[in-house]
Design a protein around this ligand. Structure first.
Ligand SMILES: *Cc1c(COP(=O)(O)O)cnc(C)c1O
Length: 481
């Protein structure tokens, strides 16, 4: 008889699967329709796999596959698959993953991890009513921006400030508010593209402002800006090339020089810092990254930066500068469309408060702590993870500790290679690609880096207890075979 027909005949009826105790148990906490859907899909998937086996010319290989499929028609195996499918259907799509890549601000993994007080603040306003737009002193209507304005001003030295949805929104708002139908002068070397679809020239078009490019890719001088000023100029713009560097024969006009030119010509000067920071990275042995305070001090009128890059807070765009400009932005109808919600405000306020004590900020804001982590600390964590692998994975893998580099990510500090120690794992019975995939598909998923036939785990981006979870996943993978 045709082996395929034989296998198909062995497949249990859906009703039989639904009668199994483990499947019935699922019914107590998830809808019946989901369970029968999962059972039908599982059986259908196996049926298709059986039918897909080619017969002519590939007999040896086929026999192999058929044996595997033979196992898969066992009722117990099918029940396993159905249970797994039900969990997939009922579990959250957006969920925690473990980042063992060593890329601190990993755009695909949600950029900045929030500090504990920020998480607590979100919980508090989520589960309760809050004074989001109420002035408790007067009992009158207040504004949501009031909760962070004073804090951000004290930390940056600016006159006024607010936050919006993200920095892309902040750039759009500033340009639209100050330069709609007017000219904005910017250096050719600063027409950046930030991952995805954010390009300065395109945002400029959307804002209604007219781009006037000056200088060349590698060099722009103060006179280039000066010569381009017309009666239709609204703004001088400086964009921090946060995600790339122009090196070699280069010249850029400093924030201070541009601010002075703005004052002389009666023009507002705007600086988009991208990943603006509030602490001096150079003091921690990392390349200097311009701080928001420096720009304000240099006389820049309006500064924008991201909330979830090097600042280490929630997704947001921070806008600080002259009060008359911030007032105008608050009046812009677009601001309502780009406003932040109460969770963002709660997390932003809590993160800002940490910055009042720099020691606390550096220790308590995960982004800063990870970037500034000392190699000795990383090495001891790597040694611990290696020990756990040896205990849990038996002889299934070869492990060693190697020196390497982590990255800041998120388009910030592109040249900075942070020295680290990696746990390098070479699986013996499976390919490195299979090992990587299994780690990615287990709960919680673990993301690590493949290098040749090794899987690399960088302790820099691991959070508390992650080591234990990774080791437990390793054990499960080794048991799967
Ligand atoms: C990242 C970045 C942006 C966009 O910020 P988001 O918070 O991602 O919207 C804008 N400008 C510069 C220079 C950047 O580096």
């Amino acid at each position: 008889m045709d082996p395929k027909q034989n296998l198909l005949r062995k497949l249990p009826a859906i009703s039989v699967i639904l009668e199994q105790v483990r499947i019935k148990d699922l019914g107590s906490h998830c809808p019946h329709v989901l369970i029968s859907e999962a059972a039908s899909e599982t059986v259908q998937g196996i049926r298709e796999a059986i039918l897909a086996v080619e017969q002519d010319g590939k007999e040896a290989a086929d026999r192999n596959t058929i044996t595997n499929l033979d196992q898969i028609t066992a009722l117990d195996t099918i029940v396993d698959l159905v249970v797994k499918k039900v969990h997939e259907k009922t579990g959250p799509n957006l969920r925690k993953v473990i980042n063992a890549t060593g890329i601190v601000l990993h755009t695909n993994l949600g950029r900045a991890v929030l500090a504990a007080p920020a998480v607590k603040a979100i919980n508090e306003v989520a589960a309760n009513y809050s004074n989001l737009e109420l002035d408790l002193a007067t009992g009158e209507r207040g504004t949501r921006y009031a909760h962070i304005e004073e804090l951000v001003c004290r930390l940056t030295g600016a006159e006024a400030g607010m936050v919006v949805n993200n920095n892309a929104a902040a750039v759009l708002l500033v340009l639209n508010t100050l330069a709609k139908d007017r000219e904005v002068i910017v250096s050719r070397g600063q027409l950046v593209e930030i991952g995805g679809s954010f390009r300065i020239p395109d945002v400029m078009t959307q804002s209604g402002a007219v781009l006037v490019e000056v200088g060349t890719t590698n060099k722009t001088h103060l006179r280039d800006y000066e010569n381009a000023v017309t009666e239709n100029t609204a703004l001088l713009l400086k964009v921090h090339t946060s995600n790339y560097r122009v090196i070699g024969f280069t010249a850029e006009v400093s924030s201070g020089e541009l601010a002075a030119l703005g004052r002389k010509q009666g023009l507002a000067v705007y600086e988009d810092l991208g990943s603006g920071v509030l602490v001096d990275f150079a003091e921690y042995g990392i390349s200097h990254e311009p701080t928001v305070r420096e720009s304000i001090k240099a006389g820049i009128d309006i500064v924008t930066c991201s909330g979830d890059k090097l600042f280490g807070g929630p997704q947001a765009g921070i806008i600080v500068g002259r009060k008359y400009i911030i007032d105008k932005i608050k009046q812009n109808p677009l601001t309502r469309a780009l406003r932040v919600d109460k969770f963002t405000l709660a997390a932003m306020e809590a993160t800002l408060r940490l910055y009042f004590d720099e020691e606390k900020a550096v220790a308590g804001i995960p982004t800063l702590r990870m970037i500034m982590m000392q190699p000795e600390e990383i090495r001891s964590r790597a040694e611990n993870l290696q020990k756990l692998f040896r205990e849990r994975a038996g002889n299934g893998v070869d492990t060693e500790i190697i020196a390497g580099f982590s990255q800041v990510g998120g388009g910030a500090l592109p040249e900075e290679n942070l020295p680290t120690f990696l746990v390098s794992v070479r699986p013996k019975s499976l390919s490195v690609n299979t090992l990587e995939k299994r780690f990615r598909e287990l709960e919680p998923p673990v993301l690590a880096r493949i290098q040749k036939d090794r899987l690399l785990f960088d302790p820099r981006t691991l959070l508390e207890n992650d080591d234990e979870i990774i080791a437990a996943n390793m054990k499960r993978i080794m048991e799967m075979g």
